[in-house]
Design a protein around this ligand. Sequence first.
Ligand code: SF4
Length: 377
Amino acid sequence: MDEFWAGLLERFDGASVFDDDHELTGARAAIQGVLSRGASDRAEGMMPEGGYRSPLAVQFEYTNRCVMDCLFCYNDSRPSPKTSSMGREEILRIAREIADLDVLKVVLSGGEVFIDRDLLFSLVEILNDHAIRPTILTSGWFLDEALADRLARRQIQSVQVSVDGADEAAHDELRRKPGGWRRAVRALRLLDERGFYTTAGCLITERNRRTLDDYFDLCLFLGVDQVALSFCIDQGRARDHRERLEVDDSAFEDTVEMIVRKRKQYADLMRIDLSQDPGFVRILQVLWMPTNCLIRPDGSVARSCVLPIPLGNVRERSLKEIWDSEFRRLPANPSIRAFLDGMRIGTTPRLGMLRSSLGGGSGSCQPESAGAGASLV
Ligand code: SF4
């Protein structure tokens, strides 16, 4: 391990992170554990020595047009975006390219994918023709009975709808769209009635954290299969609204403890996930062999939402070329090193937890389309 990585690991001393079971564990030891597991997996032939020949999973964030205007949107999506995304034919071409790589998982996200429903269904058709069942992330705004019926005739892995807590006013205020919470709740109900695997995505902020207890009951009532919780990170519009979004240190610890408790309590009823600390994930994503990537509305390709450094653009080169030339040498990439070096790593006093939710890194990009849902890690 070179000096840069050794120095970065040194900064984790004394900090804690969640392990896969949401138990707090030493950050430095956790990273070292992952690295040695990777080495033994390779030695035993569980992972290819030179890395995967193509991504196993792709999140295709193909539009930045959205019906919402959320305070925390990591990719600055809005009804009239400031930057243009790719054209229809380009988007379809890239979907075919992804499908031809025989990836195991595809997430379609935006923006709001149902703004152009014909385009969405064309993408689903391309993927279904390759036996790929995509996951769809949505605000739920457009999902009425007719659209849910149409979707039910396609092969869909799961649908994630953003519902930020049990407080209607808080959701609509943060998403700057009156009526948004009601439509999202309706969407989850309609999807459950049609047998979809549903995920409720919730961004935890100072404004909604007190409603989380009721939120879990609401999700159970709606037949939700999985709850995906995350704290806000330092990308896009969130940077301009930190004071309204960031949960303060003492409340942060209490909130995490409550979620861990609820997760155990609801274990037999629905799955509750809390995304790992973005700073921790960023480091793992570089050190661990890449398995997935993110394609953004402008065609740029990144490791993920939390590590948004552009590594190429599918408008100029094929995804396979970008994967082969860039993803296999991530740890040496100077832009990625500079981004990680810029992370502000804080610890909370009581748990000593690593907390870089709104903490830095100089990139331009949130997990799960912040607010729109789940990202691939
Ligand atoms: S966070 Fe999601 S729902 Fe909100 S503006 Fe961005 S893409 Fe749209």
